[in-house]
Design a protein. Structure first.
Lengths: 233, 117
């Protein structure tokens, strides 16, 4: 079983070494690839020096474009499972085996690590929780699927999902929209509870007025996606 | 319409059309966009030579002054063209994204091949 961890990173040079070490010790059977989204810090040199496996994007594409690069890579190199793991250290590699289990059992095609099922660990700030709640309710209304953490970047995908995401992955704030996209293709989405850590260092990429644009844009995108053609498996 | 302005506008349009043909030859503009501008040039030329068309049209549409119709159509045309540009830009952006992604994967591949040697 070929497993790939996709690590999108923008200016996360301080967090990356620790993260890769963790992966190599806690989960040695997993391959990884760092997707350097045009970082302005010394991420590129660091990966070069330490011999880390990385894809260096010459233009900053944002989380959507960066993660999609990882999926294209996964498809190209024939991986069976691809897991997204944030480059800021919020996602604990200890959950890797747990998050892919439903795929191995053929219970799901796509598994999301949700921090709100058990409500443990870092729960994120008030405004973000409001936004997350909003999306959760839209998704359940439109697709009938009950998601508790639609914006989680901790997700595992099987071959079918890898192919779908390689073909199309939203550019702006992709997490909620990508979930409803999969439902369009009758793919099974499941959640497992995880505990997330606070980001070890650096800044989040969603700040200031962006949350407002975020909510409007993603809501519209999800609604429009409902009118896109549907296909069975 | 005064004969002076008719001549002035006609000359401008003809110069513009010559310029379009010129950059078309040099492949500095795409054919489909060049056609749009040539079409607009001809439209202006015709309306300048036959202003009765405008007067007739504005009477038919109930526009008080023909010149108001000119302004209105001008603004409308601008909006349509701008909108088309944003669509075109979106498409181009998608192409750039793809290229960026494939280049990154290609470089990684080349690097790992070098390491193996």
């Amino acid at each position: 079983m070929k497993k790939l961890i996709i690590i999108p990173a923008y200016n996360e040079a301080d967090n990356l070494i620790g993260l890769v070490n963790e992966i190599c010790t806690k989960a040695p059977s997993y391959d990884y690839v760092i997707v350097n989204d045009g970082s302005k810090d010394n991420t590129a040199q660091l990966c070069q020096e330490k011999g880390l496996n990385a894809l260096h994007l010459h233009n900053n594409l944002g989380i959507g474009g960066a993660v999609q690069t990882g999926y294209i890579y996964a498809q190209m190199y024939d991986y069976d499972i691809a897991i997204q793991l944030d480059g800021d250290g919020q996602h604990d590699p200890i959950y890797l085996d747990k998050i892919i289990q439903p795929i191995l059992d053929n219970q799901a095609d796509f598994v999301i690590g949700s921090r709100y099922i058990d409500k443990e660990g870092f729960q994120s700030s008030g405004i973000r929780r409001l936004g997350i709640n909003w999306f959760n309710r839209i998704i359940i209304k439109l697709t009938g699927i009950h998601i508790t953490d639609a914006t989680s970047g901790f997700r595992a995908a099987n071959r079918e999902v890898i192919k779908r995401f390689s073909d199309y992955y939203p550019i702006d704030y992709p997490e909620p929209e990508s979930i409803t996209d999969l439902c369009r293709f009758n793919l099974r989405v499941m959640e497992i509870p995880v505990t997330m850590r606070e980001r070890q260092s650096g800044q989040s990429s969603i700040r200031f007025l962006k949350p407002i644009y975020y909510m409007m844009k993603v809501t519209l995108a999800i609604l429009i996606a409902q009118f896109k053609p549907r296909e069975g498996k | 319409m005064a004969i002076g302005i008719k001549i002035f506008v006609s000359v401008l349009v003809l110069l513009f059309l010559c310029y379009i043909i010129h950059i078309l030859k040099k492949d500095r503009i795409e054919f489909k966009y060049a056609f749009v501008w040539i079409g607009i040039g001809f439209l202006i030329l015709i309306l300048t030579i036959f202003p009765q068309i405008l007067t007739g049209l504005s009477n038919f549409l109930g526009v008080g002054l023909p010149v108001n119709l000119v302004y209105f159509l001008g603004i409308l045309l601008n909006l349509v063209i701008t909108f088309a540009i944003t669509k075109s830009y979106s498409k181009m952006k998608k192409n750039i994204y793809r290229n960026t992604q494939y280049i990154a994967i290609l470089e990684n591949h080349i690097l790992s091949d070098q390491v193996k040697e």
